[in-house]
Design a protein around this ligand. Structure first.
Ligand code: NAD
Length: 372
């Protein structure tokens, strides 16, 4: 087999999640090199360049202006890890300069922006990927294989429960969090991974979304709790319970899928542990899968970025679609935007027709008062 070429990456945004991108560069150093890092805050970019030197033996160039970086660094690919509200603008600049573009979740904050990113990536012949790294967790991969093998029979229902805690210091540390212009609430920021997994496992074709969301405890614009129902085109129903209000700390992120001949529950802190694995017809891998009930990852981000980067690069190299392409990445985001629209209007929302943005929530009062 011909060895893959080394793909040169540039990273835009050197904040909290960038450590996973540096770790991915180190884990995949046989097929990639982080050639440059960029942040508006030079000390952040410098720190990540040093971290990368420690992790890979090579120090990336440091930039504060990504336009300059795109002109000067002959990168094949760009990873974007800025505030969510900037993803679309920066991604379109990267796509238009011919770079394969890997964007943190959510890929954008409006259906129009996400659709434009997908359209323009296709027009410019570049690959677009979205960081839903939990799809690469071993138990999730096994669950999806069981679905592909038809082991669940007719799908009936599934649930995503994201019972986490985000306290005020988390929001104060980066004031863009919890705002409609830059982020959205806990559904868009924290729960989108679980929502992506739920839609991926229940057939990926949502039909109708109904939601009740609200802001209970945190002093932010957007919701800190959401309950969402999704009817899929295959008839299955998905239920989402997503919250940043669990006392006193992160409790669980659990995905459960239930069909005529199978039930699987993957839980733990961040969908890493097999809790239930029951199928009518046994398969040779079952004993090994049931053992995937070990320890939780160090933090809720897990280490899925390593596998996600490898999948993204392999897709570019083989002219195939990455597992989490733009077309896939838009789905979780769109379910959440539909939930926001449902909260705003009090009505069920059709997935296919949806045009909505977090900015459409700007004047929606989501503060929850007691109903007396
Ligand atoms: N995949 C995951 O599990 C995961 C986890 C956490 C965050 N995220 C996502 O990653 C993104 C970043 O989150 P974070 O918590 O790291 O945020 P952060 O606030 O810690 O970091 C964002 C960084 O981007 C920089 N930036 C903004 N505009 C820029 C520009 N034009 N050029 C260069 N740098 C720029 C900021 O200066 C800041 O340092 C968000 O979209 C978030 O939703 C994903």
């Amino acid at each position: 087999m011909i060895p893959m070429k080394q793909y040169r990456f540039a990273l835009i945004g050197c904040g909290r999640i960038s450590k996973n991108h540096i770790a991915a560069a180190a884990a995949n150093r046989d097929i990639m090199e982080l050639a440059a890092v960029c942040d508006l805050k030079p000390e952040r970019a410098e720190k990540k360049a040093e971290d990368c030197l420690q992790a890979t033996g090579k120090k990336p160039a440091v930039y504060t202006d990504y336009h300059k970086m795109l002109k000067e660094i002959p990168a094949d690919c760009v990873a974007i890890a800025t505030e969510s509200g900037y993803h679309a603008r920066i991604a379109l600049d990267c796509i238009r300069s011919g770079k394969h573009t890997l964007v943190e979740k959510p890929m954008a904050l409006s259906t129009a922006d996400a659709e434009q990113m997908i359209r323009e990536a296709k027009e410019h012949g570049v690959t677009l990927g979205v960081c839903h790294q939990n799809r690469f967790n071993d138990p999730i991969q096994q669950l999806h294989k069981a679905l592909e093998d038809g082991r669940f029979g007719r799908l009936v229902s599934g649930s995503a429960r994201i019972l986490w805690n985000r306290s005020m210091p988390y929001y104060q540390q980066a004031p863009w969090r919890g705002t409609w212009a830059q982020d959205g609430g806990t559904l868009m920021n924290q729960c989108i991974h679980g929502i992506d997994l739920l839609q991926w496992c229940l057939g990926g074709e949502p039909d109708t979304i109904m939601a009740m969301t609200g802001n209970y405890l945190r002093d932010i614009e957007a919701e800190d709790f959401g309950a969402v129902l999704v009817r899929f085109k295959n008839g299955a129903i998905g239920m989402i319970e997503g919250t940043a209000c669990i006392y006193p700390k992160n409790l669980e992120e659990t995905l459960s899928i239930s069909g005529e001949t199978g039930t699987a529950v993957i839980g733990g802190l961040a969908v890493n542990r097999v809790e239930t694995w029951n199928f009518a017809a046994p398969a040779p891998q079952d004993a090994a899968v049931k053992k995937l009930s070990g320890t939780d990852p160090k933090d809720v981000y897990g280490s899925g970025h390593n596998a996600l980067y490898r999948n993204f690069i392999t897709a570019i190299d083989t002219h195939t679609e990455p597992l989490v392409s733009g077309t896939e990445g838009i789905k979780g985001m769109k379910i959440i935007l539909a939930a926001y629209k449902s909260q705003k209007t009090g009505l069920p929302v059709k997935f296919d027709d949806l045009e909505f943005s977090t900015l459409d929530m700007t004047h929606a009062d989501v503060k929850v008062k007691s109903i007396s």
